[in-house]
Design a binder for this molecule. Sequence first.
Ligand code: GLA
Length: 391
Amino acid sequence: MLQLFVQKHGASSHPIRAFYSAGRVNLIGEHIDYNGGFVLPAAIGLGCTIYCRLNDKNCLNVAYTTTDFEGSIDYTKLDSYRDKNYLNYIAGVCIQLQDIGIQLVGIDVLYDITVPFGSGLSSSAAIEVATAYMLQSIYNNKHGIAKPIDCIQLAVICQKAENNFVGVNCGIMDQFASAMGKDNNAILLNCSTLEYKYISGNMDGLELCIINTNKPHDLTTSKYNERRQECESALNWLNTKSDKPIKDLCSLTPTQFESLAQGMNSVLYNRAKHCVYENDRVVNAVDAFGKGDIQLFGNLMLQSHDSLKDLYEVSCVELDTIVDILKAQSYCKGVRMTGGGFGGCCVAIVAKDNRDKIQQLLDIEYPKKTGLNCSIYYTNMSDGAKEIFVS
Ligand code: GLA
């Protein structure tokens, strides 16, 4: 990598440093981060590493390991990179950092991204958080600031970058998981308060299997923002029926929701119902995870998938096909779509030592129904943002 760095950016006497942040998988709690719900994501072993070196200029020169694209971000014209592929996420983060008073330092960078793009495993959050962590670290070093980086603040900044600059009205889950991930732990995050707890589950004899439909999902053109609006409309409607103000959909219990929802438009009812019951499932799933009750955890994953498919309508044939194939196998303890949906990935909890069987099964059955081949990844729950070495 260091050789490739010099090939792309030339030699210099400044040292090269490297920063990392992770992609994420969400175990349960889908589409409720922006409804004040609980989510249970984990950072994964696929992520974004950035090699970087001071350049004594007022710009950030970008190169990638996986494409010949090279570009430069002029810190005085950050707003002009809004529609520029390969640069917009980075420029968006720069703007948000400037907004909180972080001066940007001129650097040459090489991005090495192992999270597949469009897979629903948050390649964008990995890029944003690694970028923010790097720029903040360099700024802190330059100014002799020794306090540790506030990764929660970075996650919030990166979410803003995505909302305001890239145009995806996403919640906080992806950036939070990317920044705050911890080896062998999932994160129970209350998206209403940002309180969180690491959950170390009993995964004895089991492993996480992520199956990419290879149907790319693009949240900017998908119905993601439309779902958010439907949730807002549902909340407004419920508020007209309630004596007390309801802050967000996930502050309602299923019983409270059902009694208020009489007469609600059926689409809005279905969207809101998914949110309220999904939140409940997360709470039960965490309980089951802690007790090592993988069967219950797996059942809740399946219920979550059905709800995302039937009520929230963010699944697709490709995701459903994978769920249908795997849920019929005794080694599969639970499986569901993960992330925004409309393509992307499924996550399954499977008994170890079945990798060949899973591969063979999906190689035969998945293309029959979809005409596509899927990719399978096995990964641990991993660390989030960090500096990985100084050369
Ligand atoms: C995307 C968004 C997240 C979250 C998920 C769905 O990944 O970026 O904020 O809403 O979809 O759970």
